[in-house]
Write a new protein. Structure first.
Lengths: 146, 79, 146, 79
């Protein structure tokens, strides 16, 4: 079930409805008792006193896809997940739009929740993806992950 | 066979260098490559980055061939 | 934003699409950078060698609604959430269907994730709700939370 | 004013007692009520439950009035 052969990357903002699609699809597995999910949204933070209007994401795509497969396999085995999915945006995502979606399914809540958290942390730390924060006046600065 | 290495750059490095690709004469290993790059592109000293070879981050001296896929990666900021 | 004046209880299974509805609605708050969610689904566990086909939920509804408001207010303040929502099923929910939905929104991921987990734990421990596990042969046993 | 208390039962207690409501003569407080209930409905001794008055779980002796909303609650199993 891991990543279901789907691509990690999604061009532009990720529609919230995608989350419901996976849940409906995976609900057919009646040994699943828990779904945990995380969505990251672009915030209108102030950069040099101007609100961020969008983030433009670029990535080393082939490396990111390979690394994501490695992370997914490890997390799936470590937590005993029935299914998991990670989607990350490429290109422009406006503030108030979704740039990251992580979802896990497991028999019990502890595995689903902890597996989801681990995926979020590792996606942010280990995938070669870069966000350029864009403000109104055609300025930008490169995003820094805390 | 080619006698140059093509190096991909990402994130803020594309701003700093004004390009997403650098070409340098081939070197035997990653340490020699770094010496050469820092000499040819001194702006690289202004930012932090790590190096990947064939889509794996390298931490130690690594042998290079003309077919090596080399990239310079500033701190990741996905999510 | 807490519970938005909505009822805690939902008659029957909770549609997965509800999750996307809240995210779309709350996305208008551009100070939100993270949504965390948890969905509980009825599992076809074996009870006396027969798979559970459904759980029938009953509740002390007025007490549960009051307690939920108290929990929501506390968790919202403790974690600094921008929004949260909890929905729990009443009546029959078949295996493979959703009986619990928890979702939180916050500026940063830590608060959203931890607030969501706390809500899930407290809903299961503190709300006067009971699940009767129903198997094929008209038998049942009362669910026990671990 | 009435001289009885109506007590709501939930979960497995409705199976055990065969009813979701019990009627008993009014008592002064929750401890007297428990004595009376366990005498009248000995099946209550077969399961664990806690008591709520006016939709709050009580842990100590609580004064009751004819208007008190009393309920017997077996272990919760929502979610």
């Amino acid at each position: 079930m891991i990543l279901q052969g789907e691509q990690l990357f999604h061009q532009g903002a990720i529609p919230a409805g995608k989350l419901a699609d996976y849940i409906q699809q995976w609900g057919g597995d009646h040994s699943t008792g828990a779904f945990a999910s995380f969505l990251g949204q672009v915030r209108a933070d102030l950069v040099n006193n101007e609100p961020v209007t969008a983030i433009e994401y670029t990535a080393y795509e082939t490396m990111a896809e390979e690394k994501m497969q490695e992370i997914a396999t490890g997390v799936q085995q470590q937590y005993g997940l029935n299914a998991l999915q990670v989607k990350h945006s490429l290109g422009l995502v406006r503030s108030g739009e979704i740039c990251l979606m992580v979802i896990t399914a497991s028999a019990h809540r502890k595995a689903a929740i902890e597996g989801c958290n681990e995926l979020v942390e590792r996606v942010k730390k280990e995938l070669p993806i870069w966000g350029k924060e864009i403000t109104g006046s055609a300025n930008h600065q490169w995003k820094i992950n805390q | 066979m080619t006698d140059t290495l093509t190096i991909r750059c990402f994130g803020q490095l594309t701003d700093i260098l004004g390009s997403a690709r650098l070409e340098v004469p081939i070197t035997n290993d990653s340490e020699e490559l770094m010496h050469l790059l820092l000499k040819e592109y001194p702006l690289l000293k202004t930012t932090r980055f790590i190096v990947s070879v064939d889509r794996k981050v390298i931490r130690e001296k690594t042998v290079l061939t003309p077919g090596s896929e080399i990239a310079l990666l500033p701190p990741f900021s996905g999510g």
